[in-house]
Design a protein around this ligand. Sequence first.
Ligand code: SF4
Ligand code: SF4
Length: 444
Amino acid sequence: MLQTFSKGGVHPPENKFSANKPIENLGLPKQVSIPIAQHIGAPSKPVVKKKDKVKTGDIIAESQGFVSSNIHSSVSGTVSKVGEIIDTTGFKKPAVIIDVEDDEWNDSIDTGSEIIRDCSLSSQEIVDKILQGGIVGMGGATFPSHVKLSVPEGKKIDTLVINGVECEPYLTSDHRVMLERGEEMLVGIKLLKKALGVNHVLIGIEHNKPDAIEHVSHLVSKEENIEVYPLKVKYPQGGEKQLIKALLNREVPSGGLPLDVGVVVHNVGTSLAAYEAVQKNKPLVERVVTVTGKSLSKPSNFLVRIGTPVRDLIEAAGGLPEDTGKVVGGGPMMGKALSSLDVPVVKGTSGILVIPEKDAYRDEEFNCIRCGKCVDVCPMGLEPYLLKQLAQLERYEECEDNAIMDCMECGSCSFTCPARVPLLDYIRLGKTNVNQILRNRKDK
Ligand code: SF4
Ligand code: SF4
């Protein structure tokens, strides 16, 4: 029987319309807007100004501190503004706006297609290259990758887990990366393995991608200590804690991290980006994005320069259908509605989902009937109905006591609730307030 995690989880209907669509290069936009904070941690500091000429891959904002990440120009052209834009979160964010003139790459970057397998760099040199390249977790979490590779003293890592699960219904970008860029991804995995000094690598792929399982299994067949594990299909198996449970039967403690149980998790897209940063000196300036939806005429997987407006992706996927009710950044479970099509693709954009009007409305909410279904499906073992009530009553200290910060915002509770209570909306609100309390406590 296929392995999976034990606590909670749901089975949303699968709509992987773009699964068989090879990655297409979207080409250059006219202008890019590149936010200077595209990662968890301290925002970077711009090092360019209006009218500066930049090449593709030039650094435009420098990392500030350990948990931070460099930002590079994804195009060549002239900086038209260093100011603010509305990004995918709907808030104003500092950004560098560049008018595209050409596609001249920084001379140090190898833009050739030859796969470079050998690497004589030390572990620390690999981590440094990943830091320089501005690599962050590309599954959506955007945690700076060099931080995950810098294991704190006293912690011992024995296993690297590679996340090829892609459990969000609709999204297929990781699937295509495994199929089309598997060889480079595998070199990247070996570099991450070397950087961490671990012997053991497990690659988790859900069973609904048999072609990816077969292809990656074939690629690793001659590798020692790198194994592919087909997993039962269950959402949210792509969560780090759920994936570790599914593959290794280890429980990450409440408030803890994978490294507390000897594990580091990286996504398949991040492994490819690590390959490019280390072997090609290529920073993170583009990524694969799924553009999909039931009513879209041409659901696709595009290779997109960071900073490209979402509007360009939708145009290339057949244009915005008339019946569109909502456009979401990410998948239907964890994604967030976009306020405008002018927002740019960022390092964490794995997908754009167009939802028709008839599916985009919010169901009428009824009173909680105490069925307990939200508790049953919560993969973090929380009591979503209780957290919702506490957040609604602004009893944030009690939210904290009831481990609200463990909520991974997977949306399984809202998805399953027969009374259509938007549990996650309230829980997110509660988390924001608890976060503020925690920050205030730290500042005292
Ligand atoms: S409470 Fe959080 S972790 Fe639990 S099901 Fe709801 S969204 Fe997921
Ligand atoms: S699933 Fe909905 S109705 Fe059932 S206990 Fe949770 S909030 Fe109440």
